[in-house]
Design a protein around this ligand. Sequence first.
Ligand code: ADP
Ligand code: MG
Length: 242
Amino acid sequence: MALVEISDVHKSFGALEVLKGVSLDIEKGEIVTIIGKSGSGKSTLLRCINALETINQGEIRFEGQPVSTTMPNLRTMRQKVGIVFQAFNLFAHMTIERNITLAPVLTGKVAKSEARPLALDVLERVGLADKIDAYPEQLSGGQQQRAAIARCLAMAPHLMLFDEVTSALDPELVGEVLRVMEEMARQGMTMVLVTHEMNFARNVATKLIFMHQGRVWEQGNPGELFDNPQTPELKSFIGAAA
Ligand code: ADP
Ligand code: MG
């Protein structure tokens, strides 16, 4: 059984069908990158995976359980699926420690006395242990994204979703965030990333998904797809991105 099984998923916003029958399996330990033009449905697909959107047709299973906004274990599922967005979404009025420990303490994952050691542990993994008492505004964009990743890690997720997490960063800050994600990949985290970072897609991903007009247009081994795109759409997308 794959960690995530996506079968013939359709999603519309009003009259606009954004996902037109997407099927995709994500195995444990896979690093899946999703590329494609703006508007092709990449973010919507990610949001469907952890039930931030209701699907109209088809099925998504996470660890064998059908995912939906009305599923019985919605909260438990969301605790196992971390998501990081393009916009830094740390709570501005809380320290980095509090940002990280809020959910684990509220959900009873750790006792209050273990909260700070947990925050230190995950901050060490993203190279930010010295920022534990800082407020988000005191951090650079790259550091804020790393803190947002650390906050997800504190919940010990089984799956991490990243939606263009480096797109809003100044170019010189992109690398530090990519390196953190690369290290997570090395340590075996299952990850799905929407990204414009073609080097990451080619060199770190185990699977590449090219979305076009709400469909998985091509998927497969990243090196093979980059070197030998089968459709004019992927060929032109890669050309434009190069
Ligand atoms: P991508 O991430 O590939 O750029 P999205 O999944 O964000 O694409 O969006 C796909 C299409 O769905 C776009 O046309 C977008 O305008 C539309 N869309 C996304 N979210 C909503 C929403 N909440 N309501 C209406 N339309 C939406
Ligand atoms: Mg998007």
